[in-house]
Design a protein around this ligand. Structure first.
Ligand SMILES: [Zn+2]
Length: 322
């Protein structure tokens, strides 16, 4: 059995785990990211965490085949972080720095791509080899796995499912463009849609759920109020699911994955979201009466997906050569 270490650099924590070649997470630990401390401190913490988690797993570094790192930003196949805005990194040769310190091969991937890979290796997509993962959070993240391998595109930066233009001249997106999918279907977009509806409907039950304070609206509020049969909330939720399903249907028509894996806190709504979402995808997909759209299912690994996917970067790349 070969063992790998996966590192997921999140905004709050750096999570590090030992994973076997079947994608089982054996041990993990996490340390605060503290990105403001600068690159050297972060790298030192990652090196220390790798050694610590390997030790906790009862192994030594010589038992580890490679280290994989999921980076919140763009990386090259050669292991350079081109840009990671939230970390303040630019053109950082992270694979070389980590590799020299640990004496191990180091692979880099985009964090959303790694989460998608983790779900396909060991989570919701473990029975398939090609899946599209969409995570609705502050923005929309995602990754596309084809035949067990991250689809990185010809420039190596992977896909940006949150930033295809969903509506010409539409809402302003954080990326600077207009009408991006994430400006309609991220958790942030849902919150904005909810606030607008509340302002237009002072009688909505959503006001009571936030004690009259609109700043307390989160992505759960419209769903909670819709379940209380609040008409305004039901309309917000229906419109949101329509946006989400229409965008996903566009990606299905473009790429025909076997499965759509959905991540993010909104998925905690379970069937209340997933049943109408699957119906909506079917409604907007090309020829769905003749060609069944792939099912959309919830991710199952939560935050562990990023660690497992990062750890599996070497295995995934070996597959591509096979
Ligand atoms: Zn955008």
């Amino acid at each position: 059995m070969r063992y790998f270490v996966g590192i997921d650099i999140g905004g709050t924590n750096i999570a590090v785990g030992v994973v076997d070649e079947e994608g089982n997470l054996l041990r993990k630990l996490s340390v605060p990211t503290g990105a403001s401390r600068g690159q050297d401190a972060l790298v030192a913490d990652m090196i220390g965490s790798v050694k610590a988690v390997v030790d906790v797993a009862g192994l030594t570094l010589s038992d580890i085949a490679s280290v994989g790192i999921g980076v919140p930003g763009a990386v090259t196949p050669e292991g350079v972080v081109i840009r990671a805005v939230n970390l303040g990194w630019k053109n950082t040769p992270l694979a070389q720095i980590m590799g020299d310190a640990l004496g191990l091969p180091v692979y880099l991937g985009n964090d959303a791509d790694c989460a998608a890979l983790g779900e396909v290796v060991a989570g919701a997509g473990s029975n398939c080899s090609s899946a599209l993962m969409i995570t609705m959070g502050t923005g929309i993240g995602g990754g596309f796995i084809v035949n067990g391998r991250i689809f990185s595109g010809c420039t190596g930066q992977g896909t940006e499912p949150g930033h295809f233009t969903f509506l010409y001249g539409g809402e302003k997106c954080g990326c600077g463009k207009r009408g991006c999918f994430e400006a309609y279907a991220s958790a942030t977009a849902l919150i904005r849609q909810t606030k607008r509806a509340m302002e237009q409907n002072p009688d909505s039950k959503m006001w009571a759920l936030v004690d009259g304070d609109i700043d307390r609206v989160n992505g759960k509020v419209p769903f909670d109020a819709a379940k209380l049969d609040d008409g305004t909330a039901r309309a917000v939720v229906a419109q949101y699911i329509d946006y989400l399903g229409m965008g996903i249907a566009g990606m299905v028509d473009s790429f025909r994955p076997e499965l759509i894996i959905m991540g993010g806190g909104i998925c905690n709504q379970g069937d209340y979201l997933m049943i109408p979402l699957n119906e909506t995808i079917r409604k907007y997909c090309y020829a769905s009466d003749e060609i069944a759209p792939p099912p959309a299912v919830r991710a199952t690994l939560g935050n562990d997906a990023g660690i497992i996917g990062a750890a599996m970067l070497q295995v995934s790349q070996e597959k591509s050569k096979a």
